[in-house]
Each structure stands twice: as structure tokens, then as C-alpha cells.
Design a protein around this ligand. Structure first.
Ligand code: CP
Ligand code: NVA
Length: 309
């Protein structure tokens, strides 16, 4: 595996499956001392509940330690250049999980760090979320390939990482958004290359019904991501007909999984009460962030590289 995980495209199909399977096994293990003596810095420019807590708990359960660094403390690129922060932190810690506004900040961090850098969400991708989502799908459906994921919503960090993950593992990806909110060409082209190898199909439409129809998984995310607050009203208007509700889920397969990375805005991208729908697996998704990140940290930070792990 590469030193850093900035994008799902940093992984190949075998590595993705390996992480999902290892996370599935680690779920049973509880506490270990695999990362005893290791420290992970959590360098965050944006708020977080799941990502911060699951990374801190993952380090704890692996016998290691974590340090949370808030934007107020570090001032990445403001108080000190990103490259200098990277070079200093590399002298203290064994890995960095960073949540940034710009993906470019992550790239500069990784380039200047001698220790692994993990993308804990940027404007371009949310790979830890997508990998944990694959774990949830694998647990519920017993497989990853041969399924269809219908994403209704924004061409954003979450949908970018899901498109790349699905196309790597052979899952069809049907995406519906309002005109002007599509997945970026660069990401789509990468996804299409992966899909050509795995045999999965990518379909893009403006019709939410088309994306939900016959799907094994219906997925949505917020209409206004962190950092897009200035466009909130415009976005709410554009996405008004893209709410996922019980009726839309009814177009999918009977045993459909409803997924959302959370935080959710009830009455916006989901109808009120949808998280409590029996088809919803959103809290399993949230839990699996912990297990997947344990597998990822074990892989990237562990000195004792056991063959095949
Ligand atoms: N899903 C997710 O990343 O949640 P947080 O923003 O709370 O970390
Ligand atoms: N797209 C959302 C995901 C939050 C986990 C955001 O970037 O705010």
C-alpha cells in the first residue's frame, strides 16, 4: 500500500477488499497492542463527531495514542505554512489524519510528511467514509460486486469516494443530481477506468427515480457541505426535488439498504423519520468507521508488517 491515503484511487481492488475483510475480522478482536507506542495526530480544519471520535477510539483500542489539534491551535497555512507543520509533526508522531477544506492542503501535507497522512475528509474526497460503507454493505449483503448503489444528491467528497470505491470493486453506481451539481469530470474519468476493469456500470442522470429504481443501496448526503454555507439557499432550491423518502426507497429492491454518512438534515435530503426506517443502516455505517479505521491504521502505522496483512 502507498504511504498515504488521500484518495480511494490510492488503493487497488485487492487493497480495498483486504481492508474491508481485515476490518470485519478486527470487529471481533476488541483491544490489541498492535500500535503500542504509536501516536496519531488529528489535524482538523472543520468540525467532526464521527471521524474524530472513531479515530481516537481506534488508536486507543490498538494500544496507541492520539492528539487532537483544532484549527484554532495550528492555523494550518495561516500561523505556519502547511509544509512546515508537516515537517514538524513528522518529528513527533507516527501518522496524521487530516480534515481540510482544500484537497491541495492534504497533498502538500503528504508531500512534506515522512509519516503516513490519511484524508479525514477534504473538499474532494472522504475515503474513510467510503471504505467503512463498503464494510457495511459487505456485512449486510455478503458481497461487494454485482450490486447497484443509487446515489441521489450532490457531486461532492462523499459521492466522489463512493463512485471510485464502487467502480473498483465491481459495484454499479447510478448517480442522480440536479443539473450543475454533477461529479467532476476528472473523478468520473478515473471511475470509468476502474469500471472498465471491474465490469461495473456508471450511470449519470438528473432523475432521482432512475437512480433509485432496482437499487440494492440508496445513498444520499447533505446538500450543503462544510465550507459551502454561502450557497446554502441556492443549493436548497436546486435540490428540492431530490429528497430521499419512503416512496423513493420503494422503487429500489425490497431488501434495499438506505445509507447516509451523517450528519443528516431531516426534512432536507431525507424525509423526517427516515433514519428510523427498517431499511436504514446509518448507525451501522457510523460504527463501522471505527472498525475500518482500525484496519487502516494497523496497515499504515504498524512496524510489524505481517505478510498478507
Ligand atoms: N460522516 C462523518 O465524517 O461525520 P463527521 O463529520 O461527524 O466526522
Ligand atoms: N459532504 C459532507 C460530508 C460530511 C461527513 C461535508 O463535506 O460536509
Amino acid at each position: 500500500m502507498k504511504k498515504d491515503l488521500l484518495s480511494i484511487a490510492d488503493l487497488n481492488r485487492k487493497e480495498v477488499k483486504g481492508l474491508v475483510e481485515r476490518a470485519h475480522r478486527m470487529k471481533e478482536e476488541g483491544m490489541t497492542d498492535l500500535l503500542s507506542g504509536k501516536t496519531l495526530a488529528l489535524l482538523f480544519e472543520k468540525p467532526s463527531l464521527r471521524t474524530r471520535v472513531s479515530f481516537e477510539m481506534a488508536m486507543h483500542q490498538l494500544g496507541g495514542h492520539s492528539i487532537y489539534l483544532s484549527p484554532a491551535e495550528v492555523g494550518l497555512g495561516k500561523r505556519e505554512s502547511t509544509a512546515d507543520v508537516a515537517r514538524v509533526l513528522s518529528r513527533y508522531v507516527d501518522g496524521i489524519a487530516a480534515r481540510t477544506f482544500s484537497h491541495e492542503t492534504l497533498r502538500v501535507l503528504a508531500e512534506n510528511c515522512s509519516v503516513p497522512v490519511i484524508n479525514a475528509l477534504s473538499d474532494m474526497e472522504h475515503p474513510c467514509q467510503a471504505l467503512a460503507d463498503l464494510l457495511t454493505i459487505y456485512e449486510k449483503k455478503g458481497k461487494l460486486s454485482g450490486l447497484t448503489l443509487g446515489f441521489i444528491g450532490d457531486g461532492n467528497n462523499v459521492s466522489n469516494s463512493l463512485l471510485l470505491s464502487a467502480s473498483l470493486v465491481g459495484m454499479d453506481f447510478h448517480f442522480a443530481c440536479p443539473p450543475g451539481y454533477e461529479i467532476e469530470k476528472k473523478v468520473l474519468n478515473k471511475g470509468r477506468k476502474f469500471a472498465a476493469l471491474s465490469g461495473s456500470q456508471i450511470r449519470i442522470t438528473n432523475d432521482p427515480y432512475e437512480a433509485a429504481k432496482g437499487a440494492d443501496i440508496v445513498y444520499t448526503d447533505v446538500w450543503v457541505s462544510m465550507g459551502q454555507e454561502a450557497d446554502a439557499e441556492k443549493r436548497r432550491r436546486a435540490f428540492a426535488n431530490y429528497q430521499v423518502d419512503s416512496e423513493l426507497l420503494g422503487l429500489a429492491k425490497k431488501d434495499v439498504l438506505f445509507m447516509h454518512p451523517l450528519p443528516a438534515h431531516h426534512g432536507e435530503e431525507i424525509s423526517a423519520g427516515l433514519l428510523e426506517d427498517p431499511r436504514s443502516v446509518v448507525f451501522d455505517q457510523a460504527e463501522n468507521r471505527l472498525h475500518l479505521q482500525k484496519a487502516l491504521l494497523a496497515k499504515l502505522l504498524s512496524d510489524s508488517k505481517v505478510p498478507g496483512k
